[in-house]
Every structure is written in C-alpha cells, then in structure tokens.
Write a protein that binds this ligand. Structure first.
Ligand SMILES: *Cc1c(COP(=O)(O)O)cnc(C)c1O
Length: 354
C-alpha cells in the first residue's frame, strides 16, 4: 500500500473545540464545511457530537452528508438556500438556514415548510461580500420574527480582517453591527476563529470556529494552545546518491551543488501537497528537519538527506506536529485553509481520543 497518509487526531479536535468554546463563552457551532476542512466531516462531527452545540456547513449537500452519516445535532447552512425547493429539504432535515440576501427571503415566501425554520440573518458590516444591508436590520428582523414560517431569528455578521491584530476594521465592523442591533431582541453570532483568538473584547451568543478546530492558528505568532489535528505523512520510497551538477526532477529546478543524498517521497500535488513550494520548504524525515529539493510532482517529491539518518521506509512528515501547516502554507504563498481542504487520495487514519 502506498504510504501517503493523513493521520487525524480526534482528541486534538476535541481539545481545540473545547478551547474555542471556552475562550468565546456562550455556544459554538463547529464549522465542518468543505469536508471539515479536508479532515472528514462525518467522522469529525461524530467525534465532537457530545461537546458541540451544533455544526455549520456551506450548503445543503454538505448537511445531507452529515445527516446521512447519523449526525442529529443542529446544522446551519452558512450560504443558505440556492433555490426555493431547498427550503423544504432544509425543513425535512431540521436544518438552520442563513439568509444573506433578498432573493432568499423571496424564496422563503414562496415555500411551504411543514414546521417553522430557525433562520440566521447575515448582515454586511463591512466585508461587502455576503450579507443584507445593516440599515435594514431592525425592519428585516421584525419581518422575519413575525413570519409564521420562521421559528427563531439569530443575527450574524462576518469579519474580513480579524486575523490582522493591528487593524482597526474588525472593531469598526463590530461597532457598526452593534449600533444597527440597538434594541433588537435577538441573539447574535460574530466571531470566526480569528475573532475568538484575537479579539477577546468582541463576543456574541454564538461563536463559529472553523480553522482553529483543526489546530491551525489564523493569527500571526501561534501561541494559543491549539493542537494540530492532521499529520500529513508518507515514507521514503527510494534513495539516490547525486554527483555535483546532477539536476533533480521536472525542469531541473534543483541542481546538486556537491555530491549529496536525496530521498524520494510518496507524496505529490495530487495528494494536496502544494506544487508551489520552493526549494528549501520544510519537511521532517525520521524526526529530523530537512528540506524539499526539486519541483513537487503529481505523485512524488524529493528531499535532501544530507546529514539525515534515514533510508528507504523512513517516515516523513509533510505537516503536523513537527512542521506546522501554517509554515508550509507560508512558503507556498497560501494559507493553511487551502492546504487542508485540498488533501485527497491519501489514506485517512483516525486516532480516537484517549
Ligand atoms: C467558514 C466560516 C467560518 C469559520 O471561519 P474560520 O476562519 O475557519 O474560523 C465562520 N463563519 C462563516 C460565515 C464562515 O463562512
């Protein structure tokens, strides 16, 4: 069996959820969209089932996957419905539904749910992506609160720059939302992971932690006691001795400056390891830190074994507890979110909580 593997530590996931909930106070929806950021949504949701107040996914199809997998807790659709018929399907599955634009309210008016549906109204407090206008908050709240198709109304908004501790925009978004909510009797949800970790003065009734559950700190510095959940690993499948001047891999991007040993690793961009990493990207071989040399191929990559005690079969960590996914993301010019979501083809192995 090809040794490329994502080892998922469900105890770490539970630790991170409990930390998110405690730091924020109140309740917390565990965000498990995009297959739990690449970790496996059904398994992760089951691992959190006795701790979590509920879950959040992007769309109905993801919620259906969780319900089919036996998840009975509340599930929020973060993008809401895309067509009228989805209100009925959401109703049948007992989902909670975000409304972020007027068309979704029109679809609600056109549907006939059997039971009233819990609705989260998303307002645009400055990100200018999704969200209803803040100026209409009191009127829209009154409209939905009086709608017999609506079981309850929760207010929400989303931060654009909460991962920038020096940036005032997060505080301004919060103030705009607070001003618009003045006197409106509804619970509110504001904080994503960066809000929870970086903005202790900004809180609501519900948190929506995503990336921090998986142990990747969205704030610079990483000192919040999160535990990495995924170890992306593999093994050395071949070892080669190079002479000075020998090129390695596609495009001969790396050329050995002197005689050296390299290892071939069963891991490539088809597994989700980023092709964008430069020579020198960090990797750990048999517990020793070394570097990637040469371009990452679809199924393989090459690592420097000079001064490294390793041979065919030695374990390799691409990211996990020894090399953080944030570190790899930084050298690849992206963010941990994208790397984690992209993991595929590898074998998934789950470590149950102790
Ligand atoms: C994805 C998402 C989250 C989670 O964000 P993280 O940065 O991963 O914590 C929270 N709220 C909304 C609306 C989202 O789409």
């Amino acid at each position: 069996m090809r040794p490329a593997k994502a080892l998922i530590d469900l105890g770490a996931l539970r630790h991170n959820y409990a930390l998110a909930r405690r730091l924020h106070g109140g309740k917390a929806l565990a965000v498990v969209k995009a297959n739990a950021y690449g970790h496996g949504a059904v398994v992760c949701a089951h691992a959190l089932a006795d701790l979590a107040d509920g879950f959040a996914v992007a769309c109905l199809e993801e919620a259906e996957g969780l319900r089919a997998g036996g998840i009975t807790a509340p599930i929020l659709l973060l993008e809401g419905v895309f067509e009228v018929s989805e209100w009925a399907r959401a109703d049948a599955l007992g989902l909670w539904v975000v409304v972020h634009q007027a068309e979704q309210l029109e679809m609600l008016a056109a549907c006939r749910p059997k039971r009233p549906i819990p609705v989260w109204m998303k307002f645009n407090s400055g990100m200018n992506r999704a969200g209803l206008p803040l100026a209409r908050l009191p009127a829209l709240h009154a409209q939905l609160a009086g709608d017999p198709k609506v079981a309850s109304v929760t207010l929400m908004s989303h931060f654009a720059r909460a991962d920038e501790p020096e940036c005032d925009e997060t505080r301004r978004q919060f103030e705009r939302l607070r001003a618009a909510m003045e006197g409106v009797p509804a619970p509110v949800s504001i904080c994503n992971s960066a809000g929870i970790l970086g903005w202790p003065g900004i809180r609501g009734d519900w948190a929506r932690p995503g990336i921090m559950l998986y142990g990747a700190d969205p704030m610079p510095g990483e000192g919040h006691g999160l535990r990495p959940v995924m170890q992306l690993g593999s093994r050395i499948m071949a070892v080669r001795q190079l002479s000075a001047g020998d090129p390695v891999g596609y495009g001969a991007r790396f050329v050995a400056p002197r005689p050296m040993r390299i290892g071939l690793v069963a891991m490539g961009y088809a597994d989700g390891y980023p092709r964008a990493v430069p020579d020198g990207a960090p990797v750990v071989v048999a517990g020793q830190r070394t570097r990637i040399v040469g371009r990452v191929s679809m199924d393989m990559l090459t690592v420097d074994l000079e001064g490294i005690d390793a041979d065919v079969g030695s374990p390799v960590e691409l990211w996990g507890g020894a090399v953080s996914v944030n570190e790899v993301a930084a050298v690849a010019g992206t963010i941990a979110y994208e790397l984690l979501c992209n993991v595929k083809r590898v074998a998934f192995e789950y470590v149950q909580p102790a």
